[in-house]
Design a protein around this ligand. Structure first.
Ligand code: IPE
Ligand code: IPE
Ligand code: MG
Length: 243
Protein backbone atom coordinates (compact mmCIF):
# COMPACT_ATOMS: atom_id res chain seq x y z
CA UNK A 1 0.00 0.00 0.00
CA UNK A 2 1.17 3.52 -0.73
CA UNK A 3 0.95 6.41 1.73
CA UNK A 4 -1.72 9.06 1.03
CA UNK A 5 0.73 11.87 0.10
CA UNK A 6 2.15 9.82 -2.78
CA UNK A 7 -1.23 9.06 -4.33
CA UNK A 8 -2.00 11.03 -7.50
CA UNK A 9 -4.93 13.42 -7.20
CA UNK A 10 -6.07 12.68 -10.77
CA UNK A 11 -5.44 9.41 -12.64
CA UNK A 12 -6.42 9.00 -16.30
CA UNK A 13 -6.52 5.59 -17.97
CA UNK A 14 -6.55 4.34 -21.57
CA UNK A 15 -8.39 1.09 -20.91
CA UNK A 16 -6.88 -0.91 -23.77
CA UNK A 17 -6.71 -4.65 -24.47
CA UNK A 18 -10.30 -5.91 -24.12
CA UNK A 19 -10.37 -7.40 -27.61
CA UNK A 20 -7.08 -9.25 -27.19
CA UNK A 21 -8.21 -10.55 -23.79
CA UNK A 22 -11.23 -12.14 -25.52
CA UNK A 23 -9.35 -13.36 -28.61
CA UNK A 24 -6.77 -15.15 -26.45
CA UNK A 25 -9.70 -17.15 -25.03
CA UNK A 26 -11.33 -17.74 -28.44
CA UNK A 27 -14.26 -15.56 -27.32
CA UNK A 28 -16.00 -12.76 -29.25
CA UNK A 29 -14.45 -9.33 -28.66
CA UNK A 30 -17.62 -8.08 -26.96
CA UNK A 31 -16.99 -10.54 -24.11
CA UNK A 32 -13.72 -8.71 -23.51
CA UNK A 33 -15.57 -5.40 -23.38
CA UNK A 34 -17.98 -6.87 -20.81
CA UNK A 35 -15.01 -7.94 -18.70
CA UNK A 36 -13.71 -4.43 -19.17
CA UNK A 37 -16.77 -3.04 -17.40
CA UNK A 38 -16.07 -5.36 -14.44
CA UNK A 39 -12.47 -4.18 -14.39
CA UNK A 40 -13.58 -0.54 -14.40
CA UNK A 41 -15.95 -1.16 -11.47
CA UNK A 42 -13.04 -2.67 -9.50
CA UNK A 43 -10.71 0.17 -10.48
CA UNK A 44 -13.18 2.89 -9.42
CA UNK A 45 -13.50 1.31 -5.99
CA UNK A 46 -9.74 0.84 -5.65
CA UNK A 47 -9.06 4.47 -6.62
CA UNK A 48 -11.64 5.79 -4.15
CA UNK A 49 -10.20 3.55 -1.39
CA UNK A 50 -6.70 4.89 -2.06
CA UNK A 51 -7.73 8.55 -1.89
CA UNK A 52 -7.60 9.34 -5.62
CA UNK A 53 -10.02 12.24 -6.14
CA UNK A 54 -10.46 12.18 -9.93
CA UNK A 55 -10.44 9.22 -12.31
CA UNK A 56 -10.78 9.80 -16.06
CA UNK A 57 -11.17 6.80 -18.34
CA UNK A 58 -11.12 6.44 -22.12
CA UNK A 59 -14.11 4.27 -23.04
CA UNK A 60 -14.76 5.05 -26.73
CA UNK A 61 -12.69 7.24 -29.01
CA UNK A 62 -13.78 9.42 -31.94
CA UNK A 63 -11.88 6.91 -34.11
CA UNK A 64 -13.54 3.80 -32.64
CA UNK A 65 -16.54 4.43 -34.97
CA UNK A 66 -14.29 2.96 -37.68
CA UNK A 67 -14.48 -0.51 -36.12
CA UNK A 68 -16.77 -3.18 -37.61
CA UNK A 69 -20.44 -2.13 -37.28
CA UNK A 70 -21.20 -5.16 -35.11
CA UNK A 71 -18.55 -4.20 -32.54
CA UNK A 72 -19.66 -0.55 -32.50
CA UNK A 73 -23.31 -1.47 -31.92
CA UNK A 74 -22.26 -4.02 -29.28
CA UNK A 75 -20.27 -1.32 -27.48
CA UNK A 76 -23.19 1.14 -27.63
CA UNK A 77 -25.58 -1.47 -26.20
CA UNK A 78 -23.10 -2.43 -23.49
CA UNK A 79 -22.61 1.22 -22.57
CA UNK A 80 -26.38 1.79 -22.25
CA UNK A 81 -26.78 -1.37 -20.12
CA UNK A 82 -23.79 -0.52 -17.92
CA UNK A 83 -25.17 2.98 -17.33
CA UNK A 84 -28.46 1.64 -15.98
CA UNK A 85 -26.84 -1.17 -14.02
CA UNK A 86 -23.90 0.64 -12.42
CA UNK A 87 -25.32 4.04 -11.51
CA UNK A 88 -27.18 3.06 -8.29
CA UNK A 89 -24.00 1.60 -6.74
CA UNK A 90 -21.83 4.47 -7.97
CA UNK A 91 -24.33 6.88 -6.45
CA UNK A 92 -24.25 5.01 -3.13
CA UNK A 93 -20.42 5.00 -3.20
CA UNK A 94 -20.17 8.79 -3.51
CA UNK A 95 -19.01 8.85 -7.14
CA UNK A 96 -19.84 11.93 -9.24
CA UNK A 97 -20.16 10.94 -12.90
CA UNK A 98 -19.29 13.09 -15.90
CA UNK A 99 -19.39 12.07 -19.54
CA UNK A 100 -16.87 13.81 -21.71
CA UNK A 101 -17.10 13.84 -25.48
CA UNK A 102 -19.24 14.75 -28.48
CA UNK A 103 -22.89 14.08 -27.61
CA UNK A 104 -24.18 14.63 -31.14
CA UNK A 105 -24.21 11.31 -32.96
CA UNK A 106 -25.10 9.25 -29.88
CA UNK A 107 -28.45 7.44 -29.83
CA UNK A 108 -31.26 9.03 -27.81
CA UNK A 109 -31.11 6.06 -25.42
CA UNK A 110 -27.40 6.56 -24.71
CA UNK A 111 -27.76 10.36 -24.49
CA UNK A 112 -30.68 10.07 -22.05
CA UNK A 113 -28.75 7.53 -19.92
CA UNK A 114 -25.81 9.92 -19.73
CA UNK A 115 -27.99 12.82 -18.60
CA UNK A 116 -29.76 10.74 -15.97
CA UNK A 117 -26.47 9.36 -14.61
CA UNK A 118 -24.93 12.83 -14.33
CA UNK A 119 -28.04 14.20 -12.66
CA UNK A 120 -28.33 11.29 -10.20
CA UNK A 121 -24.73 11.63 -8.99
CA UNK A 122 -24.25 15.42 -9.18
CA UNK A 123 -24.17 15.99 -5.42
CA UNK A 124 -21.52 13.30 -4.75
CA UNK A 125 -17.97 14.31 -3.92
CA UNK A 126 -15.87 11.29 -2.89
CA UNK A 127 -14.53 10.60 -6.39
CA UNK A 128 -15.14 12.33 -9.71
CA UNK A 129 -15.34 9.76 -12.53
CA UNK A 130 -15.02 11.21 -16.03
CA UNK A 131 -15.96 8.73 -18.73
CA UNK A 132 -14.57 9.83 -22.10
CA UNK A 133 -17.04 8.54 -24.63
CA UNK A 134 -17.06 9.59 -28.27
CA UNK A 135 -14.05 11.63 -27.19
CA UNK A 136 -10.90 12.71 -28.96
CA UNK A 137 -8.21 15.09 -27.74
CA UNK A 138 -8.31 16.92 -31.08
CA UNK A 139 -12.10 17.22 -30.90
CA UNK A 140 -11.70 18.78 -27.46
CA UNK A 141 -9.10 21.32 -28.61
CA UNK A 142 -11.21 22.27 -31.64
CA UNK A 143 -14.45 22.64 -29.67
CA UNK A 144 -12.66 24.81 -27.08
CA UNK A 145 -11.08 26.97 -29.80
CA UNK A 146 -14.43 27.36 -31.57
CA UNK A 147 -16.11 28.43 -28.32
CA UNK A 148 -13.45 31.07 -27.69
CA UNK A 149 -13.45 32.25 -31.30
CA UNK A 150 -17.21 32.83 -31.08
CA UNK A 151 -16.62 35.02 -28.00
CA UNK A 152 -13.91 37.00 -29.85
CA UNK A 153 -10.84 38.71 -28.36
CA UNK A 154 -7.43 37.46 -27.26
CA UNK A 155 -6.98 33.86 -26.13
CA UNK A 156 -4.70 32.71 -23.30
CA UNK A 157 -3.73 29.19 -22.19
CA UNK A 158 -5.91 29.79 -19.15
CA UNK A 159 -8.91 30.56 -21.41
CA UNK A 160 -8.27 27.38 -23.41
CA UNK A 161 -8.06 25.22 -20.29
CA UNK A 162 -11.34 26.75 -19.12
CA UNK A 163 -13.08 25.98 -22.42
CA UNK A 164 -11.97 22.35 -22.58
CA UNK A 165 -14.27 19.45 -21.73
CA UNK A 166 -12.33 18.65 -18.53
CA UNK A 167 -12.36 22.22 -17.17
CA UNK A 168 -14.06 20.98 -13.99
CA UNK A 169 -10.95 19.05 -12.84
CA UNK A 170 -7.19 19.72 -12.61
CA UNK A 171 -4.92 18.11 -15.23
CA UNK A 172 -4.13 14.40 -14.71
CA UNK A 173 -1.05 13.68 -12.59
CA UNK A 174 -0.72 10.14 -13.91
CA UNK A 175 -1.83 8.69 -17.26
CA UNK A 176 -1.91 4.89 -17.38
CA UNK A 177 -2.27 2.88 -20.58
CA UNK A 178 -2.89 -0.84 -20.32
CA UNK A 179 -2.59 -3.42 -23.11
CA UNK A 180 1.10 -2.94 -23.91
CA UNK A 181 0.87 -0.18 -26.54
CA UNK A 182 2.86 2.97 -25.85
CA UNK A 183 0.88 5.70 -27.59
CA UNK A 184 -1.68 8.34 -26.68
CA UNK A 185 -4.31 7.49 -29.36
CA UNK A 186 -5.89 10.96 -29.24
CA UNK A 187 -6.56 10.90 -25.49
CA UNK A 188 -5.96 13.99 -23.30
CA UNK A 189 -3.69 15.87 -25.72
CA UNK A 190 -3.98 19.25 -24.00
CA UNK A 191 -4.35 18.10 -20.40
CA UNK A 192 -1.48 15.58 -20.32
CA UNK A 193 1.19 18.21 -21.06
CA UNK A 194 2.87 17.51 -17.69
CA UNK A 195 1.37 14.17 -16.70
CA UNK A 196 3.53 11.21 -15.78
CA UNK A 197 2.97 8.25 -18.12
CA UNK A 198 2.84 4.63 -17.06
CA UNK A 199 2.44 1.72 -19.48
CA UNK A 200 1.25 -1.67 -18.31
CA UNK A 201 1.45 -4.86 -20.36
CA UNK A 202 -1.65 -6.14 -18.59
CA UNK A 203 -4.76 -6.23 -20.75
CA UNK A 204 -7.49 -4.00 -19.29
CA UNK A 205 -9.68 -6.86 -17.96
CA UNK A 206 -6.64 -8.11 -16.00
CA UNK A 207 -5.71 -4.73 -14.53
CA UNK A 208 -6.40 -5.32 -10.83
CA UNK A 209 -5.65 -3.58 -7.52
CA UNK A 210 -2.08 -4.90 -7.45
CA UNK A 211 -1.45 -3.52 -10.95
CA UNK A 212 -2.90 -0.15 -9.90
CA UNK A 213 -0.65 -0.10 -6.84
CA UNK A 214 2.40 -0.75 -9.05
CA UNK A 215 1.43 2.26 -11.18
CA UNK A 216 0.93 4.47 -8.12
CA UNK A 217 4.25 3.35 -6.64
CA UNK A 218 6.03 4.11 -9.93
CA UNK A 219 4.38 7.55 -9.93
CA UNK A 220 5.50 8.22 -6.35
CA UNK A 221 9.13 7.62 -7.42
CA UNK A 222 9.06 10.10 -10.32
CA UNK A 223 10.45 13.62 -10.01
CA UNK A 224 8.08 16.09 -11.64
CA UNK A 225 10.21 19.06 -12.64
CA UNK A 226 7.80 21.14 -14.75
CA UNK A 227 10.75 22.55 -16.69
CA UNK A 228 12.86 23.34 -13.62
CA UNK A 229 16.06 21.59 -12.46
CA UNK A 230 16.39 19.01 -9.70
CA UNK A 231 18.45 21.52 -7.71
CA UNK A 232 15.65 24.08 -7.77
CA UNK A 233 13.16 21.47 -6.55
CA UNK A 234 15.45 20.52 -3.65
CA UNK A 235 15.65 24.19 -2.57
CA UNK A 236 11.85 24.47 -2.75
CA UNK A 237 11.42 21.33 -0.61
CA UNK A 238 13.94 22.63 1.94
CA UNK A 239 12.24 26.02 2.24
CA UNK A 240 8.84 24.35 2.58
CA UNK A 241 10.24 22.12 5.35
CA UNK A 242 11.74 25.16 7.10
CA UNK A 243 8.56 27.25 6.81
C1 IPE B 1 -10.19 -1.01 -25.57
O1 IPE B 1 -9.93 -2.33 -25.91
C2 IPE B 1 -11.67 -0.68 -25.57
C3 IPE B 1 -12.10 0.16 -26.70
C4 IPE B 1 -11.33 0.73 -27.56
C5 IPE B 1 -13.53 0.36 -26.85
P1 IPE B 1 -9.75 -2.74 -27.44
O2 IPE B 1 -11.08 -3.11 -27.99
O3 IPE B 1 -9.02 -1.69 -28.18
O4 IPE B 1 -8.87 -4.04 -27.27
P2 IPE B 1 -7.65 -4.47 -28.20
O5 IPE B 1 -6.66 -3.35 -28.21
O6 IPE B 1 -8.20 -4.76 -29.57
O7 IPE B 1 -7.11 -5.69 -27.52
C1 IPE C 1 -7.79 3.76 -27.39
O1 IPE C 1 -7.65 2.42 -27.73
C2 IPE C 1 -9.23 4.09 -27.16
C3 IPE C 1 -9.83 3.49 -25.97
C4 IPE C 1 -9.24 2.75 -25.08
C5 IPE C 1 -11.23 3.78 -25.81
P1 IPE C 1 -7.59 1.93 -29.26
O2 IPE C 1 -7.48 0.46 -29.20
O3 IPE C 1 -8.72 2.50 -30.01
O4 IPE C 1 -6.24 2.61 -29.76
P2 IPE C 1 -5.34 2.23 -31.03
O5 IPE C 1 -6.26 2.15 -32.21
O6 IPE C 1 -4.69 0.91 -30.76
O7 IPE C 1 -4.34 3.33 -31.14
MG1 MG D 1 -7.05 -1.37 -28.54
Amino acid sequence: MTSPDTVPHHIAIVMDGNGRWASKRFLPRIVGHKQGVDSLRRCVKACADRGVRVLTVFAFSSENWNRPAEEVSGLMDLFAIALTREVPQLKADGVQLHFVGERAGLSTKVAAGIEQAEFATASNSRLILNVCFNYGGRWDIVQAAAKLAAQGGAVTEHDMSGAMALAHVPDPDLVIRTGGEQRISNFLLWQSAYSEFYFSDKLWPEFDEAALDLAITAFSQRERRFGKTSGQLAVQTDSLAGA
